[in-house]
Design a protein around this ligand. Structure first.
Ligand SMILES: [Zn+2]
Length: 129
């Protein structure tokens, strides 16, 4: 798990550096971002939020979210089935919140719903009303 945490912290540092680079010299902040839990860093992050592009912002949020979950030992479990997500998968896509099974199930069911939107569902709905 340390390996993944390092990966996330490195990604966060790179992202913050990129953002800071873009937002010019206006934000001359201490670049010690090793301590992600430090409240002054959170303060900085909040200020930076205003300057971020949507994509970078959501990526950064995802990383912070993952780091927070890591702190509370809630990281690496599938949102769908609660199973452990494999380390291999986490290293490849650290921000994922679903195990490979649920992910592919979801993709399959999404495809299936597009393919057959038929009477199966409507009969259930009618019996409940
Ligand atoms: Zn799952």
């Amino acid at each position: 798990m340390e390996e993944i945490k390092r990966l996330l912290l490195a990604e966060k540092a790179a992202l913050l550096a990129e953002i800071r680079d873009k937002s010019s010299k206006k934000n001359k902040t201490n670049s010690d971002i090793g301590d992600a839990i430090d409240s002054s860093v959170e303060e900085q992050d909040r200020e930076l939020d205003l300057l971020l592009q949507d994509r970078e912002q959501s990526r950064l949020k995802g990383i912070e979210n993952a780091l927070q979950r890591m702190e509370s030992d809630d990281f690496g479990y599938c949102d769908e089935c609660g199973e452990n997500i494999s380390k291999k998968r986490l290293l490849a896509v650290p921000l994922t919140r679903m195990c490979i099974n649920c992910q592919s199930n979801e993709e399959r069911s999404r495809l299936a719903q597009n393919a057959f939107s038929r009477a199966d569902y409507s009969s259930q709905v009618l019996s409940d009303e």
